[in-house]
Design a protein around this ligand. Structure first.
Ligand code: NAD
Ligand code: GLY
Length: 369
């Protein structure tokens, strides 16, 4: 990590490297960076026409600012706004965006810019991964969720009715620019849901982060984003394609979380809200299997409350339906569930001890308390 300094028109920013040999890149984090999108792309030597993929909300807030910055730096761009929300993370949207880009004459020299939250980042990342067999990708994350997690690490995907993120490719960005000022226009619910992933980082790697998160107001937002990105960058650098089991730790709370999202219908829960429930279930099973202390379970509960994240699941959710979805998830390998447990906050591991009955008990726990 290094601190960028004000040179010329650049404002202060923090730069976190993601070390992936020839595919290494930096994540720049700071206030008022979006105006410098075009000049940063020039400094990085990126050439080509720009396909700016965003959603309709984000376009209203930041589309013109980014387009103007690109034009100032001499980039020609076309903007492709998709409807906001998880339902857009679908193959149909990929086809629409790719078809529009083809009609507009984009070829393999194009640069894709993903301006928005995780939905835009995952969708645009997938488009960049497959259009003409792969285009350069720049992530401009505008939600807490996207700045701390989804814009970094190269996982891209869309959903199928059968499950979350089932169609995707690994496609690393060339550059990530996280302007923390954009977070000021998030609605309360959108702001809160992003902190589910921040809590996740604390649980798996940093008890100190959990202590910081309990403070209200939150001190040093850019520092919180930086810490999360540093944790993720370290994990991704060591296990880019989730082969050693290390990267799987980032899935803490995601086994049931993804199932809840799919069963509720994409968009009913925000991703972070479903992950909050999944983490609560994972803490319950961690207490059972690895001796996570009741105090730590209570600490997680308090943090979920502090960010107004859901802690209980309506009784209308059929446990069997959740289990079916959980079994269709990528986290099942050869019929065995790979479930992330934490014996104490700051540590986590992938366990194959968790059974279907455990999952049913965890759902009952969410539905009873
Ligand atoms: P989102 O992209 O749907 O954004 C939430 C809402 O906020 C949307 O309505 C959006 O229009 C609005 N919005 C975005 N930025 C705004 C801003 N600055 N001001 C005002 N409104 C704004 O949701 P999300 O939580 O950012 O992302 C969730 C997605 O991310 C899920 O699909 C999840 O699977 C994915 N994800 C991917 C990874 C990964 O590693 N690829 C990691 C975590 C999550
Ligand atoms: N959000 C999980 C991962 O990037 O691996």
């Amino acid at each position: 990590m290094s601190n960028g300094s004000s040179s010329g028109t650049r404002t202060d920013f923090i730069s976190v490297p993601v070390e992936l040999a020839s595919r290494s890149y930096v994540v720049e984090i700071g206030a008022n960076l979006l105006d410098q999108t075009g000049s940063r792309l020039r400094q990085l030597g990126l050439e080509g026409r720009v396909a700016l993929i965003t959603d309709e909300n984000v376009d209203r807030h930041y589309g013109p600012q980014v387009t103007t910055s690109l034009a100032r730096a001499g980039y020609e761009s076309s903007c492709y706004p998709i409807p906001a929300g998880e339902a857009s993370k679908a193959l149909a949207t990929v086809e629409q965006v790719c078809d529009s880009m083809a009609r507009d004459g984009f070829d393999r020299s194009a640069i894709v810019l993903a301006l928005g939250g995780g939905v835009v980042g995952d969708l645009a990342g997938f488009v960049a991964g497959v259009y003409y067999r792969g285009l350069k990708l720049v992530q401009l994350p505008t939600t807490v969720m996207a700045q701390v997690d989804s814009a970094v690490g190269g996982k891209t995907a869309v959903n199928l009715p059968a499950g979350k993120n089932l169609v995707g490719v690994f496609h690393q960005p060339t550059f990530v620019l996280a302007d923390t000022v954009t977070l000021q226009t998030l609605g309360r619910r959108e702001w809160n849901e992003g902190f589910a992933e921040v809590i996740k980082y604390g649980v798996i790697r940093s008890p100190e982060l959990l202590v910081k998160l309990a403070q209200d107001p939150l001190p040093d937002l850019a520092g919180v984003v930086r810490e999360c990105v540093q944790i993720k960058a370290g994990i991704v650098a060591a296990d880019e394609h989730e082969t050693s089991g290390l990267r799987a730790l980032l899935n803490f709370g995601h086994t049931l979380g993804h199932a809840i999202e799919a069963v509720a219908g994409y968009g009913s829960f925000f991703h972070g809200e479903a992950i909050a429930l999944g983490m609560r279930a994972a803490a319950y099973l961690s207490q059972r299997h690895t001796g996570l202390s009741p105090e730590e379970v209570a600490q997680l509960d308090a943090l979920l409350r502090r960010f107004s994240l859901p802690r209980t699941l309506a009784s209308g959710f059929k446990p069997e339906a959740l289990l079916r979805h959980a079994f269709a998830d990528k986290k099942f390998v050869s019929g065995r569930i790979r479930f992330v447990l934490t014996p104490r906050f700051g540590e986590a591991f992938v366990s194959e001890q968790v059974t279907s009955n455990d999952l049913l008990d965890a759902v009952s726990y969410l539905q009873a308390t």
